[in-house]
Structure formats: C-alpha cells, structure tokens
Design a protein around this ligand. Structure first.
Ligand SMILES: *[C@@H]1O[C@H](CO)[C@@H](O)[C@H](O)[C@H]1NC(C)=O
Length: 379
C-alpha cells in the first residue's frame, strides 16, 4: 500500500480492468473464430449447432478458469506471477512439456499472423469488387496487391515496442467486431424478410463423404472459436509474444553485441521534439518477419485451410491439456480419484474432437490443392 506505482512484483502497477480485459478477449476471439460460426451452424443445423456451441462454451469456460489459476504458482492467490504460458507450464509441470507448449503456441501464433494477412486482403479485395458489380458480370479482383498493402501497414505498426499501452486499440477493435456482427445479422434478416433464398455452399449438392468432413470441420470451428487461451496469460493483440520471445532470448544469448542490445534515442524535430527508442535489431528482424509472413500469404492462398489444421493441433494442448494437467499438479489430485478421472475423460473427449476436426481440415486441404495455382489469388 505504501507505493502505488508498482505492483507486488516490482513491475509497473497494472491498470487493466475487466473492461479492458474483455475488450482484448473479444478482439482475439472475434477476429480469429467467430466469423466461421455462421457457416458451422449452417452445417450442423438448428439443434446440433447451438448444442455444440453451448457445450464447448462451458468446457472452455471451465478450462480457462483453470488456466487463469495457473498464472500464479504455487498458489493461485498468493503465489508468484509467471508472465508467459511457457513459464507457467515450466513452474507447474516442467520437463519436455515446456518445449511442447512452446511449439504449439508459437506455431499457432505464426499461423494466425499469416492467416490475418490473407483474411485482410480478401476483405479489401471484396470491397474493391463491389465497385465493379455494375460494369460486368464476371469480375475477378486479385488479392495479392492488397496483401502487399497490408504487409506495408504491418511493417510500420509492428515497430511499436509493445501493445500494453494500446488498450484503446483493443476497445476500438471490440466495438468494430460488434458492429460487423450486427451488420451481418441485419443483412441476414433483410435476406429473410425479402424471401429471396440465399445460396450457400451448404445447400449445394455435395457427396455424403464431403458432408461428413464438413460436419467434422464445423465442430472444430465451434470448439476453436472460443479458444482464447493464447491471450489469457499473455495479453498482447498477436505477433507480439513472438517478438518478445525472440528479442529477449537474443539479448540473453548475445549480451555483448551492441546491434542487438542498444536502444538509440531518435528525436523527430517536427513533432515538437518527440523522441523514441530505436533498436536496429528490432527494426530488421520484425521487418523480416512481416516480409516472410506476407510472402507466405501470397504463395499459399489455401493457407486458411492449413490454419484450421494448425488450430486443431494447438487447440487441445493449449486450451484443454495444459490447463487440466497444471490443475492436477497444483491441487495434487490423487491418482485414481473420481475427479481426476473426470478431468482426464474431458481431456480425452476434447482430444478426439481435435483429431476429427484435423482430419476434416486435411480433407479440405486436399480439396483445395486440386485447384491450386500459386499467386492466382482472386475473389
Ligand atoms: C514462475 O513461477 C515460479 C514459481 O513461483 C517461479 O519460481 C519462477 O521464477 C516464475 N518464472 C518467471 C519467469 O517469473
């Protein structure tokens, strides 16, 4: 109580509230998953769809609570804080599982970064396409230039050292997410009222086998839509945990290399002498990262299907397995007890869902490879 500017761990006083935390989560969740829910519900129908939705929301609410309790170790209230998911796994479980956690987490994050480039470019190209509807019936807009524009914007934004201070950005993004959900809802209602039947891929004729795989993918989409486990411990909007991991480990590895460790003070004369810190290593490596993800996005347009596969592979370890295992270790749940069996049964069921959804994505991947032509990205 004596010094209100620092927290009990000596770091700057945390100012987050449940509002800013919710904004971060809504941004993370809606950005990556919620948009696929409409399609998933359409696949499953009005009974199974909402049922799966409710079941997974409860499961993930439960495992997220366990994960949040793993933030401090050994006690969820009085223990010491861990700042990354990997550190929490190290404190609770240790060993090989720390590495597995890292692989799952960072593969997922790199994948999501590429995925966003693709989604953003498709969205921009679609907006461009609206303007040519009246001119010709067949109008194809390439998404590649938009990917390059998006990469350019990222190139600048990625230099922001970290996003802790930008919670207004998350709130803005959350507001926008709600806005476009309501726009979608409005458009759908308008469609219903006018009575014009909407054509979706669901109503098209597909074989029984294809339909089965699509149902698998739909269940996966719903399960992964809630998976915000990657932001629960490390709230930072998505590429930032990768940046901080690489930058801090390089600093540790080459402490004597000035290029890596030195921050230069740069003053901008026009902006009233505003100055900021520049680290050339940070500039070079973050730019390279953005360049690589942008190139991946242009070469692999079917990456979104691949991303579903990565999502399926990381969902189970990050959202279900580690939270449950960390709880078992912390609460010392005894080996053959009823609660331990329940927890592990839950974990097993989620593993099966992941595997089935992964199989569905592989089927989808094979489907898109049939029509694949590099750089031919059009909407
Ligand atoms: C994580 O928590 C453990 C247990 O309290 C602690 O020993 C460790 O230093 C923490 N790790 C970090 C990186 O803070």
């Amino acid at each position: 109580m004596s010094n209100r500017s620092v927290d009990e761990d000596g770091r700057p006083m945390r100012t987050g509230t449940w509002v800013t935390a919710s904004a971060h989560i809504i941004t993370a969740v809606i950005g990556s998953g919620v948009l696929s829910l409409a399609g998933a519900i359409a696949q499953l129908g009005w009974v199974a769809g909402p049922a799966v939705l409710v079941i997974f929301s409860l499961i993930i609410l439960f495992t997220s609570t366990l994960l949040a309790d793993a933030y401090r170790h050994p006690d969820p209230v009085t223990g010491q804080r861990n700042y990354t998911y990997m550190d929490a796994v190290r404190a609770h479980l240790g060993g090989l599982r720390v590495r597995l956690c890292g692989v799952a987490q960072y593969t997922n994050l790199v994948g999501v970064t590429v995925g966003y480039t693709i989604t953003a470019s498709i969205s921009m190209a679609t907006v461009r396409k609206w303007s040519c509807f009246h001119e010709e019936d067949e109008c194809h807009v390439s998404t590649t230039p938009y990917m390059i524009i998006f990469g350019g914007i990222q190139l600048i934004l990625c230099q922001v050292p970290n996003f802790h201070k930008l919670s207004w950005l998350s709130i803005l993004a959350a507001v926008m997410s709600f806005a476009y959900s309501f726009i979608g809802l409005g458009l759908s209602i308008a469609k219903l009222v006018t009575g014009v039947e909407a054509k979706t891929t669901t109503s098209a004729t597909v074989s029984e086998v294809q339909r089965f795989w699509r149902i698998c993918q739909a269940i996966g989409d719903i399960a992964f839509a809630y998976a915000y486990s990657t932001v629960l411990i490390e709230i930072q909007v998505f590429a930032q945990p990768i940046f901080s991991l690489v930058e801090s480990s390089c600093r540790q590895r080459w402490p004597e290399v000035k290029f890596v460790t030195t921050d230069h003070q740069i003053t901008i004369p026009f902006l009233g002498g505003t100055s900021f810190q520049v680290n050339w290593f940070r500039v070079v490596w973050r730019s390279a990262f953005v360049a690589v993800t942008t190139v991946l996005a242009t070469v692999l347009p079917f990456f979104n299907v691949l991303l579903a596969l990565i999502g399926a592979a990381s969902f189970w370890p990050l959202t279900v397995y580690f939270p449950i295992e960390m709880y078992i270790a912390r609460a010392k749940v005894s080996k053959f007890s009823f609660s331990r069996m329940c927890l592990q049964a839950l974990s097993l069921i989620c593993l099966l869902v992941s595997l089935v959804a992964a199989a569905g994505s592989v089927a989808g991947l094979i489907q898109s490879l049939k029509t694949y032509r590099p750089f031919k990205n059009e909407v």
